[in-house]
Design a protein around this ligand. Sequence first.
Ligand code: PBG
Ligand code: ZN
Length: 325
Amino acid sequence: MNLLDRPRRLRATPVLREMCAETQVRADHLITPHFVVPGKGIREEIPSMPGIHHVSVDKLIPEIEADLELGLSSHLLFGVPEHKDEHGDSALDDHGAVQESLRAMKKRFGNDIIAITDVCLCAYTSHGHCGFLEDGVVVNDPSVEQLARMALSHAEAGADMVSPSDMMDGRVGAIREQLDEHGFVNTSILAYSAKYASAYYGPFRDACDSAPQGDRKSYQMDPRNGREAILEVLLDLQEGADMVMVKPALAYLDIVRRVREEVLCPVVCYNVSGEFSMVKAAAKAGLVDEAAIVRENLLAMRRAGSDLIITYHGRDALEQGWIDR
Ligand code: PBG
Ligand code: ZN
């Protein structure tokens, strides 16, 4: 054949392929979630999320130390409280699991780590909604005030970054204002901007015992909508978000790409619990090669335009050498 272009030339050897690789995933692209609980000596595997644990503060510190050795320095905390009530008031407890964890992490690791906290009420409310429930309706403005108080409580305990995941309108601006008023001008906001009402959060809701009465469709986004993601992202940036997020990741890579082309700040995607547990289950059943699948999924998220990926696969991926440090 008389071919001028032979793209296979550049695929011929591993070194050539390495030379021509457009996309990389490294440890510093990853953010590692932790589920922290009150108490001592607790490290219990979450049944729906193999290899992921509920940990008390004393067990969290060695876990983060091991992560740091693997190159994982960004950590996202979710609190699982003992007590839930209508307004999720235990989210404001200065001695809550998240607040205590923040103090212990910052004391031990200082600026070697980035401590990020999930700011949302659903794990703390008795009805499991991300805001206040009044006559069966999740009301916006009173919820925002509570979320701003929660963010402040995290900042006071040492959070480098707060990450509102509730999808109430105006919460980024309210949090920014609250933080600034109290002198936390350098505490960043990573906004869950385009967060969809997704079935992929199932295992997480088991982990946080946060399945809502009804559903979250009156505040999380409709999977049919793409343009609306841009609207949400632009609003969050106007309100002072430092980074924006698309969530979930794999079924929403078109949204990641569109957001990437729209903004200048870092774009984050959340490789959520359902995506994680599906891979784990398929690997366990011998249906797929876990190493190759995880690598391919993470690369796809990066290729779509994510600067950073929140993922439960980080520790395995680095320990087993599925991705480079
Ligand atoms: C809380 C929150 C959720 C997740 C992150 N923050 C669950 C939800 O909105 O129901 C999902 C994370 C995951 O599935 O891994 N608002
Ligand atoms: Zn929530």
